[in-house]
Unconditional design. Structure first.
Length: 191
């Protein structure tokens, strides 16, 4: 992967990549799911909002169900935040955060149509596997339709905020060149 110094929104596979980084990114946020099946597309809806204002040092990729298009991106970053619908048994709209190892499925695949973000890692050398955190949202309705259910539409801003908070921990603070009390924020013009 070559990273340029400009913001971009490029089509990648079936989705889009947004970046605001000139150096190798600290991490990648991927939106997963089928946006034709209402709440199954929560990850896609979330990254579309994140892509409008990408975080510095972070890539945002709309993957949807085209997981193979993400393989080269997955092996080029140290961290991944995957946003997807996740049935954790809670009430609709519950937001879950877990590590990929918490939901790893050892079941053998019977078709390439069953590939998930975690199973596609098998196509990447293990030493280049990124650390993956999953931000899952309990769906309300998985049925044909383009819009999120009212419950998930209402929780979408919290999902985007949670993703921004997780990604903010990836990027080291900018250096100011002077010591300041912790309570004072470094002004953007001074850094």
């Amino acid at each position: 992967m070559q990273f340029t110094g400009t913001s971009c929104l490029n089509q990648v596979g079936g989705g889009f990549l947004a970046s605001d980084t000139a150096t190798p990114p600290a991490g990648l946020i991927v939106g997963l799911g089928n946006s034709l099946l209402r709440d199954d597309g929560i990850g896609v809806h979330a990254v579309r909002q994140l892509a409008a204002h990408p975080l510095a040092g972070t890539l945002v990729l709309e993957v949807g169900t085209d997981i193979f298009s993400a393989v080269s991106w997955l092996e080029s970053v140290p961290r991944v935040l995957a946003i997807d619908a996740l049935d954790g048994g809670g009430p609709p709209g519950t937001i879950y955060r877990c590590h990929s190892s918490d939901i790893w499925n050892e079941q053998p695949l019977t078709s390439l149509h069953e590939l998930s973000l975690l199973s596609v890692l098998e196509f990447i050398p293990r030493k280049r596997w990124p650390d993956i955190v999953v931000l899952g949202v309990q769906p309300d309705r998985i049925e044909f339709g383009l819009e999120l259910s009212p419950v998930l539409r209402d929780v979408l801003p919290a999902v985007v905020d949670a993703a921004r908070a997780i990604a903010a921990d990836w990027v080291p603070p900018r250096r100011c060149g002077r010591v300041q009390p912790l309570a004072q924020l470094c002004p953007a013009t001074a850094c």
